[in-house]
Write a protein that binds this ligand. Structure first.
Ligand code: ATP
Ligand code: LTN
Length: 337
């Protein structure tokens, strides 16, 4: 069988991330860390969801800078433009086009149930715009345009994957088999990393309290400091249990980074204090991020290379997604040019 045919048969994996700031340890462990390993077994597509990011007000200059930084970080965690399609969403107009069409196949009541919409409209009560509400239609377009089979994301995106499946099934039910119905792929460990300052809330890029959030480009000393001041409990025993949100979170992080399971971690720290444990978690995270940060600095010093890659990514993404868009436009009854 020729390489070309073998490649055609691989399943497709797709995921996007918003350029709302430098990614956090949560984004990394819940999503980005695993993405590079998909490149061997899947036909992989990754993108920067800048269209989604303006559902919350962004500073234009910062948004541009964060998009470049995120592109460099995607390469730094091991995404390879020769193996994957790596694009920026606003460079590929097919996303907005299909997004609009899918708006008309998504019910108000379905969107109204989305917990991300409820959370974000509370966080940004001065800007509850319609984009925030119809966010899942654009996300469904991102996924369905490429006929993705699996979508590796953190646990918080499960509901958005379910609505994407519902939209795809509804559309297929009316017009025949147009879209592949995708499945979420949620990692076993690290799917939900919590804030170090408030372990009952997810670690988020847009958290105004930087103490609870580890950013991928934080200096080692900053990372160590954040772990040292992580909120724990008064029990002084490293074990995974209900009500020990802080320790559970640190164990999750340590396990996701080192590959050790919870039993092994409990034995390793039996009889030791939280100080030792926090230090070990901090050091493991620093060691994990060191090679990523080194590559990041190299890529950031070569903007011409980055631009060349995102231009190439947009061309390929546009070609692939147009095939689905053509099919959809024909099915719904739009007149051909
Ligand atoms: P924002 O804080 O701006 O809403 P975010 O970090 O929640 O952003 P994205 O940039 O869209 O959201 O997320 C990219 C990926 O990271 C998604 O797959 C998401 O599920 C995952 N992710 C986000 N936060 C966490 C977390 N705390 N733990 C695990 N995975 C996460
Ligand atoms: N909503 C996602 C980001 C996102 C996405 C996608 C993820 C936009 N489009 C398509 C997977 C597939 C989030 O992670 N907050």
């Amino acid at each position: 069988m020729s390489e070309e045919i073998k490649k055609e048969r691989k399943k497709r994996s797709l995921s996007l991330i918003q350029p709302t700031s430098i990614p956090t340890l949560g984004n990394y462990l819940g999503a980005m860390k695993g993405w590079s390993s998909f490149q061997n077994d899947y036909d992989t597509v990754f993108g920067i969801a800048d269209l989604h990011s303006i559902t919350v007000r962004q500073d234009p200059k910062k948004l541009r800078q964060q998009t470049i930084e995120l592109y460099a970080l995607l390469l730094s965690v091991g995404l390879d433009p020769d193996k994957s399609i790596l694009f920026i969403q606003s460079h590929v107009p097919q996303h907005s086009q299909l997004g609009w069409i899918l708006n008309c196949y998504t019910m108000f009541g379905e969107l109204n149930r989305m917990t991300q919409f409820k959370d974000k409209s509370q966080q940004h009560s001065d800007n509850v715009n319609s984009g925030l509400f119809t966010y899942p239609c654009l996300m469904a377009a991102d996924i369905l345009l490429y006929q993705a089979d699996i979508v590796p994301v953190g646990a918080d995106q499960k509901q958005h994957l379910e609505i994407t499946r519902d939209i795809a099934e509804r559309f297929n039910g009316i017009y025949g088999n147009v879209f592949t119905v995708p499945e979420a792929y949620i990692p076993k460990n690290g799917a939900r990393v919590m804030s170090l300052a408030d372990p009952t809330r997810k670690m988020s890029k847009s958290d105004p309290n930087p103490k609870g959030t580890v950013y991928l480009t934080d200096e080692p000393s900053v990372i160590m400091k954040k772990f040292k001041s992580a909120v724990t409990d008064s029990e002084m025993s490293v074990r995974y249990a209900e009500g020990k949100d802080g320790i559970n979170n640190l164990m999750t992080i340590y396990s996701a980074v080192t590959g050790k399971d919870f039993d092994a971690i409990e034995s390793e720290f039996a009889g030791k204090g939280y100080g030792d444990f926090k230090k070990a978690v901090g050091e493991a995270v620093v060691a994990e991020l060191e090679p990523v940060q080194k590559k990041y600095n190299e890529y950031m010093a070569d903007k011409a290379y980055l631009q060349e890659q995102w231009t190439k990514g947009a061309e390929i993404a546009s070609k692939v997604s147009q095939r689905t868009l053509d099919k959809v436009m024909k099915k719904v009854g739009f007149l051909q040019k």
